[in-house]
Design a protein around this ligand. Structure first.
Ligand code: HEM
Length: 425
């Protein structure tokens, strides 16, 4: 590890990313509601007003841009990987991942890589990891906190998802310094996508260090594991053995994929945790219901992902001329799919602005939709489920701390609460 890279600590890296993606202090839900009614297919760069990066990097603003606000339109675009492609991400966000991320792949290349990776993330595999996930949450984080009787739950929320990924990948369980370093590097990669010209050079420098340091650290482990024969049930073992149509992943591919998983799995789960726990503790009557019936935690998570999706929009590029609701969209345009709007479309959800865990099950787009839908969603759901259960088990009568400000879910690009102050008996 170089002295440059160790200088980056987890809390600084997290707040840098939060600053980059929080954007202007506008009410995104109100703005989107207005657009659904007045301009459901908007010609222009809707997202620009928030001052947050899109995955298009420096290409943003260089070509015709449209924004979609309706459930049906967002679903149609996300599911059609032939007409709406992701390749442009390789030069935007992907530049901070050496261009090699599954999110930036299209068509046959994406299909074959996804088929290789998918089995390692299916519910039957992830359920086998549940005990390990639960043990990490309780032993490494929550049990040592019990006697404190008060905490900002984001001290836990910020740390546990990467710690989990680190454990699931099969890295040593007792090496807490290394996983914190990995977490900081993972965040520095996301933070490299900085659009403020004053901050961009330093953010990019840190991202460059992080990309290389993580690659070197993971490659060493991958080479060693392959040499040992890797019969293990953890993620790296499974990826080393994965096979689809006679093809296997080489060391470079396993390493780059594992590296891209850390940012994909860390911050998203931390922020979703912050929203799940905030809504659980602040929605009248909900805590008592969930305490009495833990089987409702699944619905709590699903409704949170609809109501406050972490990633508020997804961008695609048109690979041909298309028409949506009579609006002509030329080939090569950027299409901003406003997930945060589609998830609250009145034509798709009754009383969409109510947080209601009893609503009828229906797809929403907080984990995406179509070919790129989140491959790790079952991992995230098991982690969140274990975390909520453990908090209710270990912190008797846990509730919001009345002496502290109530948690606030904010952010124009990545939403979540930065602080969730609680007390217990
Ligand atoms: C609550 C936590 C999470 C949220 C909200 C979330 C959200 C998303 C979304 C919205 C996408 C689709 C991106 C697009 O269509 O452009 C996505 C893709 C992806 N996610 Fe997640 N994610 C979460 C956790 C995870 C975890 C735990 C992992 C890994 C274990 C993971 C790995 C991935 C990967 C690899 C992709 C790219 C899939 C592809 O391009 O085929 N995510 N995620």
């Amino acid at each position: 590890m170089t002295s440059e890279s160790t200088a980056l600590d987890l809390e600084t890296a997290y707040s840098t990313v939060s600053d980059t993606y929080r954007g202007a202090d506008l009410d995104i839900h109100a703005l989107c509601r207005e657009m659904r009614h007045t301009s459901p297919v908007f010609e222009g760069d809707f997202v620009a007003q928030f001052g947050v990066p899109t995955n298009a990097g420096m290409q943003a603003g260089t070509r015709p841009t449209f924004a979609l606000f309706k459930y049906q339109d967002v679903m149609a675009v996300l599911r059609d990987g032939a007409s709406y492609t992701n390749g442009f991400i390789a030069e935007g966000l992907g530049a901070f991942f050496d261009g090699l991320i599954i999110l930036a792949m299209d068509g046959e290349q994406h299909r074959s890589v996804r088929a290789l990776l998918q089995p390692a993330f299916m519910p039957e595999t992830v359920n086998k990891w549940r005990d390990k996930i639960d043990r990490v949450i309780r032993k490494d984080f929550l049990e040592p906190m019990v006697t404190l009787k008060k905490a900002d739950l984001m001290d836990f929320g910020l740390n546990f998802p990467i710690r989990e990924m680190y454990a699931l990948m099969g890295f040593p369980e007792d090496d807490t310094q290394t996983y914190r370093q990995y977490a900081a590097w993972a965040l520095a990669m996301v933070g490299g996508n900085q659009i403020d010209p004053a901050k961009a050079p330093e953010a990019r420098r840190q991202a460059g260090i992080a990309v290389k340091s993580l690659y070197d650290a993971i490659l060493k482990v991958v080479i060693q594991r392959r040499a040992e024969g890797s019969e293990s049930d953890d993620l790296i073992g499974r990826l080393l053995r994965a096979e689809h149509e006679g093809r296997q992943l080489d060391d470079h591919e396993v390493t780059t994929f594992v590296r891209s998983l850390l940012p994909a799995a860390g911050e998203t789960t931390s922020r979703t945790f912050s929203s799940v726990i905030s809504l659980l503790l602040s929605t009248p009557g909900l805590l008592d219901r969930i305490r009495a019936d833990r089987s409702l935690i699944g619905k709590l998570i699903d409704e949170t992902v609809r109501y406050e999706p972490v990633a508020t929009f997804k961008v695609r590029e048109t690979s041909r001329d298309v028409e949506i609701r009579g609006v002509q969209i030329p080939k090569g345009s950027f299409v901003q799919c406003m997930v945060v709007s589609a998830n609250r479309d009145e034509d798709a959800f009754e009383n969409p602005d109510n947080f209601d865990i009893d609503r009828k099950t229906k797809p929403s787009f907080g984990f995406g939709f179509g070919p790129h839908m989140c491959i790790g969603q079952f991992v995230a759901k098991v982690e969140l489920n274990c975390a909520i259960n453990a908090i209710l088990d270990l912190f008797p009568n846990v509730r919001l701390d009345p002496s502290q400000p109530a948690p606030l879910i904010t952010g124009a690009q990545l939403r979540g609460a930065s602080k969730v102050a609680v007390i217990w008996d």
